[in-house]
Design a protein around this ligand. Structure first.
Ligand SMILES: Cc1ncc(COP(=O)(O)O)c(C=O)c1O
Length: 391
C-alpha cells in the first residue's frame, strides 16, 4: 500500500545526507548511502498530522501532555511486549544528547565507560568529550557472527573505575539483535560490578528476518533497576529531523538523576512538533512499519543475490536489525584510503568509512539500504563496473 519505490528528490531540503557530501567525501558526485536516515516518505498519517499543526498560525511554547507518555506505553507494549509505566518516561531531545546527559549524571571525569566496538561514532564522543575514558570491548566473530567477548568484558567491568556500559541494542553497525542469554549475561556482569547500563535501543523497531528485539530492561527486575533505556520513533519512521526521543527507567533515582542533568542544561523543553510527530507515528504507523520492514528485507536479499552473482568475495552478515549493512571488503586487499578513494571517485557511491566506527572497521564500509531498490541497484552496478575497470 505504501510506495517505497518512489524516488523522492531531497535536494533543497538541507538534507545532511546530501548536503554534507562535499564535506565528508570531498565531492557531491556520489550516490548518498551513508548517514542513517531513509530516503522514503514518512508515513502519510504523520505528514498529515504535522501539516495540520503547521497550518495553525501560532507556534508558541508547547507542552507534551499525558497522551505523549501514553503513546509510548502503548508502543512498548505492542512492539516489544514490554510493560512500561508512564511515570518511568522522560522526553529527550535526541538519543545522543540523552546519552551525554547520562554520562554526565552518573560518572565523573576520568571514569571508564565500556562500548562494544566497532560502534556508532558518537558513542566515542559522548565519553571522550566529557573527559571520561573509553573502554573498548571489541566484538569478536564466532562462527561468522559478531559476539561480545564476555571474559574480557567482565575484566573491564570489574575495574572499580568503570562506571557505565553503553549497550547498542540492536547493534549499529554490525546489525546484531542480542539474545536473551546475552542480555542476561550483560545484566549479571554489570550488576556484579556496579556498572550502570545505558541501553541505546533506537534501532529496536527495525528487527528483521524474524528476529525479536528484547528490551534490556525487561530481562530481569535487577536489569530494570540498573538501566536507563533510550528509544525514539526517529529511525523507525524517518522523522529524525524532529529531534524527538525519550528515556525510560523503572528506577526512580536514575530517572531523577537523568532529569536533573537535562533540566540543568535547560534542554527539557523540546519543540512544538516533538509531541505531534511521536504520537502520530506510534499511534498510526503500525501498518506502515510492517511494510517498511518487508521492503528492507527485500533490499537485503537483493544485495545478497547481487554480490553472490557478481562480487562473491565481498561479504556481509545478514543484518538481524537496522537498515545498515556492515560490508567486509577486505578480500580486495586495498588499504582503507584506497578503498574509500575507489568508492568515492571510481564507483561514485557514498558509504560510511568503517574506520569511523573504530579501528576494528578497517576493511569495512557501511551501506545504508533505506533507499528505493532501484537506487541500491544503481549503486551496486556502479561498484561492479568500477571494479571491472580496475582489473
Ligand atoms: C545507535 C544509535 N544511537 C543514536 C542515534 C542517533 O540518535 P539521535 O538522532 O536521537 O541523537 C543513531 C543514529 O544513527 C544510532 O545509530
Amino acid at each position: 500500500m505504501y510506495d517505497f519505490d518512489k524516488i523522492i528528490d531531497r535536494s533543497n531540503t538541507d538534507a545532511y545526507k546530501l548536503d554534507l557530501r562535499e564535506r565528508y567525501f570531498g565531492t557531491d558526485d556520489v550516490i548518498p548511502l551513508w548517514v542513517a536516515d531513509m530516503d522514503f516518505a514518512a508515513p502519510p498519517e504523520v505528514q498529515k498530522d504535522i501539516q495540520n499543526r503547521a497550518a495553525h498560525e501560532v507556534y508558541g511554547y508547547t507542552i507534551r501532555k499525558e497522551d505523549f507518555a501514553n503513546s509510548i506505553v502503548d508502543w512498548c507494549n505492542y512492539k516489544h511486549n514490554w510493560n512500561v509505566d508512564a511515570s518511568w518516561i522522560e522526553y529527550s531531545p535526541g538519543v545522543v544528547p540523552a546519552l551525554a546527559f547520562s554520562v554526565l549524571a552518573f560518572s565523573e571525569p576520568g571514569d571508564g565507560v565500556i562500548i562494544n566496538t566497532p560502534v556508532y561514532p558518537p558513542f566515542y564522543s559522548v565519553i571522550a568529550d566529557n573527559d571520561r575514558k573509553i573502554i573498548k570491548s571489541k566484538l569478536v566473530k564466532v562462527n561468522g557472527r559478531f559476539e561480545i567477548d564476555f571474559e574480557k568484558f567482565e575484566e573491564q567491568a570489574s575495574n572499580p573505575k568503570t562506571k557505565i556500559f553503553i549497550l547498542c541494542s540492536p547493534h549499529n553497525p554490525v546489525g546484531r539483535v542480542w539474545s536473551k542469554d546475552e542480555l542476561l549475561k550483560i545484566d549479571e556482569i554489570c550488576r556484579k560490578h556496579n556498572v550502570l547500563v545505558l541501553a541505546d535501543e533506537i534501532h529496536s523497531d527495525l528487527a528483521l528476518f524474524g528476529h525479536t528485539h528484547i528490551p534490556f530492561a525487561s530481562v530481569s527486575e535487577g536489569a530494570a533497576q540498573n538501566c536507563i533505556s533510550f528509544m525514539a520513533p526517529s529511525k523507525t519512521f524517518n522523522i529524525a529531523g524532529f529531534s524527538t526521543s525519550y528515556v525510560v527507567s523503572a528506577n526512580e533515582e536514575l530517572l531523577n538523576g537523568y532529569k536533573k542533568t537535562q533540566n540543568r542544561l535547560q534542554l527539557h523543553m523540546g519543540h512544538l512538533f516533538s509531541g505531534v510527530a511521536l504520537m502520530s507515528a506510534y499511534n498510526k504507523g503500525r501498518e506502515w512499519l510492517k511494510e517498511l520492514r518487508a521492503y528492507l528485507e527485500a533490499n537485503v536479499l537483493f544485495i545478497e543475490e547481487f554480490l553472490k552473482d557478481n562480487l562473491p568475495e565481498i561479504k556481509f552478515d545478514r543484518p538481524e536489525a537496522t537498515y545498515l549493512i556492515w560490508i567486509d571488503f577486505s578480500a580486495w586487499k586495498m588499504n582503507q584510503k584506497d578503498l574509500k578513494e575507489f568508492m568515492i571517485h571510481k564507483a561514485k557511491v557514498g558509504l560510511n568509512d568503517g574506520m569511523t566506527f573504530g579501528s576494528e572497521g578497517r576493511g569495512y564500509l557501511r551501506l545504508n539500504i533505506a533507499s528505493p531498490q532501484s537506487v541500491i541497484e544503481k549503486a551496486l552496478k556502479q561498484i561492479l563496473e568500477a571494479k571491472k575497470e580496475l582489473e
